[in-house]
Design a protein around this ligand. Structure first.
Ligand code: HH2
Length: 296
């Protein structure tokens, strides 16, 4: 765990998963991958209402691809702290037309950010390759849906729901507890028949975590990495970055986001869910180049 060191970059030589199987192909993880955020919502915490029509969301998503996004994550429900669940019909109406357009036009794999099995199923039928489930299979139909559709899956750590999670942010050893809870999610996925090669894990920065928990996770992801799956991290514009910056508004946290991505990369994460793809991409290109120089 390297607790005494100032930071805990992944030990040189630690084997990390190099591919992630998603629907219709495999994503190589030999370099950092940028997942651009497309929130088709009126109320997301940093960009709510900016892209809540099909045209605006599609234009924004295509601009993220031009900026270097390797994947696009389309969501129709805010999961910010305190958010209430959006009815299934509304979520479908928001995301499906955008996914259909992006499958035809974007040229990169599309992920759907949803906690609902019915939305996941419809999105994959429309061509989505990945289901990003921040509840890690809480919907009783989700595991079977992932197993039969063949989608890649992101299983993220959270406790409770966005409405209740802040009260559940109590840990003695956040890295170990998050890893234990993700191990249980991975076991549920395997038992439902989802091939493990299709699963990526995410420690859930900002979900049932206080500032210090998010920082501790980024400092040492090794307990989660030990589960042997690719790691996704989503620090983008989150409140813990605002706490470090003593108050910057969410849209003013993109450089801080890029810094958090670099720390996450050094700790072993390979997929980075961000709003500002161009800035994170530049920062991660340097981190990857430094790491490659060390290897030769
Ligand atoms: N964070 C958010 C939403 N989905 N998915 C994964 N895998 N990891 C994350 O950290 C993550 C996520 C929250 O961010 P955002 O989509 O910008 O906000 P909102 O939930 O308000 O739409």
């Amino acid at each position: 765990m390297n607790r005494g060191a100032a930071t805990a970059p992944v030990e040189p030589g630690t084997p990390l998963p190099t591919v992630w199987e998603i629907r219709g192909g495999r994503l190589a993880l030999d370099h950092p991958r940028l997942m651009g955020i497309v929130n088709v919502t009126p109320d997301s915490f940093s960009d709510g209402g900016q892209f809540d029509t099909t045209d605006a969301a599609t234009r924004h998503a295509l601009a993220l691809v031009d900026a270097g996004a390797d994947l696009l994550d389309v969501g129709g429900e805010s999961t910010r702290p305190g958010a209430v669940e959006v009815p299934e019909a509304d979520e479908l109406r928001r995301v499906l037309p955008v996914i259909e357009r992006l499958v035809a036009e974007a040229g990169v794999p599309i992920s759907v950010d949803t906690r609902k099995a019915a939305v996941a199923r419809a999105a994959v039928a429309a061509g989505a390759a990945i289901v990003n489930d921040v509840s890690a299979l809480a919907d009783p139909e989700m595991a079977a849906t992932l197993a039969d559709t063949g989608a890649g899956a992101v299983l993220m750590h959270m406790r409770g729901t966005p409405a209740t999670m802040n009260q559940l942010a109590r840990y003695r050893d956040v890295g170990r507890e998050v890893a234990d809870e993700l191990r249980a999610a991975l076991r549920r996925a395997k038992e439902a028949g989802i091939p493990v090669a299709r699963v990526a894990l995410d420690p859930g920065l900002g979900f049932a975590k206080r500032t210090e928990h998010n920082l501790q996770l980024l400092r040492d992801l090794s307990p989660v990495l030990a589960l042997g799956r690719p790691l996704v991290v989503g620090p983008s514009r989150k409140r813990f970055l605002g706490a470090v910056l003593e108050g910057a508004e969410p849209a003013g946290r993109d450089v801080a986001t890029a810094a958090a991505c670099v720390v996450g990369f050094a700790a072993g994460a390979r997929v980075f869910r961000v709003h500002d793809v161009a800035t994170a991409r530049q920062a991660l290109a340097v981190a990857a180049a430094v790491q490659a120089a060390g290897a030769s």
